[in-house]
Design a protein around this ligand. Structure first.
Ligand SMILES: Cc1cc2nc3c(=O)[nH]c(=O)nc-3n(C[C@H](O)[C@H](O)[C@H](O)COP(=O)(O)OP(=O)(O)OC[C@H]3O[C@@H](n4cnc5c(N)ncnc54)[C@H](O)[C@@H]3O)c2cc1C
Length: 367
C-alpha cells in the first residue's frame, strides 16, 4: 500500500512525498502473502478494486518495468454446501454485471482445471480465468523503484514515533531519524495501523492475526495452469509455487497478536482438510513455510478514507487478508482522496467511521 500510494502520488506530480518504513520494504504482511490476485468477491467495492488492480498487474511490466511473475491461472472456489453455492451464484451474477468473467462450473469441470482435488461431496465451483497470483515483493520493489525515480524519498529503518498536531491540524511526523514537517499523513501501516492512528487520536480498528503458509517439494506433472484452488468449506488453498505447491489455511485456534513465529499446531487440521478435498497432497513432503499477519477489521473489509476528527489524516489499512491484490487500485484511490479528486469508485462506505454509524460492510468471500 505504501509504495503504491507513493508511486501514484508522484506520478500525479506530487513532488514532496516521503515514505517512512521502519524495517525493509515489504517486510510486513505483503512479503508473507500467498500472492493471490482476484476480482471474485461478494462486495461490489471489492470487485471494483480487485478488477482494477488485475488490470494494473497485467500492465505492470510495461508501465513499471518489473517482472512480477504474474500467472493468470484463475481462482477456483470449491463449494460443498447448498448455502455456499447460493451465495457464490449471487456473487457471480454481481461480478458478471460488473464485467468480471467468472462462472459457476460443475465438479467434473473443476477437477479438469485442478486435477489434485477429490470431487466427493462437491456440489459446484466458481471460477474466473482472469484471476491468478504473482510475487508480492516484486510488486513492492517495482512501485518503490518507480516512485524513487519520480522523486519520492524512501526512508528505511526509520520508525514513525509520533504525529504532531495543532488542534485538529497535522504539523509534523516524528521519526527515529528526526522530525518531518507536513500537513498530511497517510497511514498504510498494515497490522500496526491501530498504533499509528492512535498517534493522531484516530481510532483504526485493526487487529493482527497470524496466518501460516507451507510449501512442498516439486510435484510430478504439475500443470503450469493450475488455478489458485480454494476449498471454501475448510479454507484450504493451494497454487503452484515454482515446481512445488504453496498451501495455506485459516487456523480457528489462532488468537489475535503480533507473533509471527511459525508453529505446527495448525498441521493436523491442514492434513484433515487435504484428506477430505485433495488427498493427493498428503503424499507431498513439506519443505518449508512461514507465518505472517492478517490485519483484521470487525467486518473483514478494508478501512479507506480520511479521518473526520483530524484534518488530512488519511488511511488505507485493515484489508483482512485481501490487501496485496488491492494495492494498485487503492494507490489510485488514495492519491485521489489526497488530491481532492473523485476516485474511480466511491470508497466512502469503507470509512473507519462505519462502525460507530453501525453500517458495517461485510465481505463474504474470504480466504
Ligand atoms: C499468510 C498470508 C497470506 C496472504 N495471502 C494474500 C493473498 O493471497 N492475496 C492478498 O491480496 N492478500 C494476502 N494476504 C494479506 C496481505 O498480505 C495484506 O493484506 C497486505 O500485504 C497488506 O499490505 P499493507 O501494505 O497494508 O501492510 P504491510 O505489508 O504490513 O506494510 C505495512 C508496513 O508498515 C510498516 N510500519 C508499521 N508501523 C510503522 C511505524 N510506526 N513506522 C514506520 N513503518 C511502520 C511495517 O514495517 C510494514 O512494512 C496474506 C497475508 C498473509 C499473512
Amino acid at each position: 500500500m505504501g509504495t503504491s500510494i507513493a508511486y501514484h502520488l508522484a506520478a500525479a506530480g506530487v513532488r514532496d512525498v516521503v515514505l517512512v518504513e521502519r524495517d525493509e520494504l515489504a517486510s510486513g504482511s505483503t512479503s508473507k502473502a500467498a500472492g493471490g490476485v482476484r476480482a471474485q468477491f461478494s462486495d461490489e467495492l471489492n470487485i471494483h478494486l480487485g478488477a482494477r488492480s488485475l488490470e494494473a498487474f497485467g500492465r505492470f511490466q510495461e508501465e513499471i518495468g518489473y517482472d512480477i511473475g504474474l500467472h493468470r491461472v484463475g481462482y477456483l472456489f470449491l463449494l460443498s454446501t447448498p448455502e455456499e453455492v447460493a451465495s457464490f451464484e449471487e456473487s457471480v451474477r454481481l461480478q458478471n454485471s460488473l464485467g468480471v468473467p467468472s462462472r459457476m462450473i460443475t465438479p467434473k469441470e473443476a477437477r479438469k482445471l485442478s486435477p489434485l482435488i477429490s470431487i466427493d461431496g462437491l456440489l459446484a465451483a466458481a471460477y474466473s480465468p482472469d484471476d491468478g497470483h504473482c510475487t508480492p515483493e516484486a510488486v513492492v520493489h517495482g512501485y518503490a523503484s518507480a516512485a524513487r525515480a519520480l522523486g519520492v524519498r524512501i526512508l528505511r529503518h526509520t520508525e514513525v514515533t509520533g504525529i504532531e498536531l495543532h488542534g485538529s491540524t497535522i504539523t509534523a511526523v516524528s521519526t527515529t531519524l528526526g522530525r518531518i514537517a507536513t500537513g498530511t499523513v497517510i497511514c498504510a501501516a498494515g497490522p500496526w495501523s491501530r498504533a499509528v492512528g492512535a498517534m493522531a487520536g484516530v481510532e483504526l480498528p485493526v487487529v493482527p492475526l497470524r496466518r501460516q503458509i507451507a510449501v512442498t517439494e516439486p510435484v510430478k506433472g504439475l500443470s503450469a495452469d493450475l488455478p489458485m484452488t480454494i476449498d471454501f468449506t475448510t479454507s484450504l488453498y493451494f497454487h503452484a509455487e515454482g515446481p512445488g505447491l504453496l498451501l495455506g489455511m485459516s487456523d480457528p485456534g489462532e488468537r489475535p497478536g503480533f507473533a509471527t513465529d511459525p508453529h505446527d499446531r495448525w498441521i493436523p487440521a491442514l492434513y484433515a482438510a487435504m484428506e477430505r478435498r485433495a488427498p493427493a497432497l498428503l503424499d507431498l513432503r513439506r519443505t518449508g513455510g512461514w507465518a505472517g499477519l492478517y490485519e483484521i477489521t470487525p467486518d473483514h473489509n478494508a478501512l479507506i478514507g480520511e479521518a473526520r476528527s483530524v484534518s488530512r489524516f488519511l488511511y488505507a489499512t485493515g484489508f483482512s487478508g485481501h490487501g496485496f491484490l488491492q494495492g494498485p487500485a487503492v494507490g489510485e484511490v488514495v492519491r485521489d482522496l489526497c488530491l481532492g479528486r473523485v476516485p474511480f469508485v466511491d470508497v466512502s462506505p469503507l470509512s473507519a467511521d462505519r462502525f460507530a454509524a453501525d453500517a458495517p460492510r461485510p465481505e463474504a468471500n474470504l480466504v
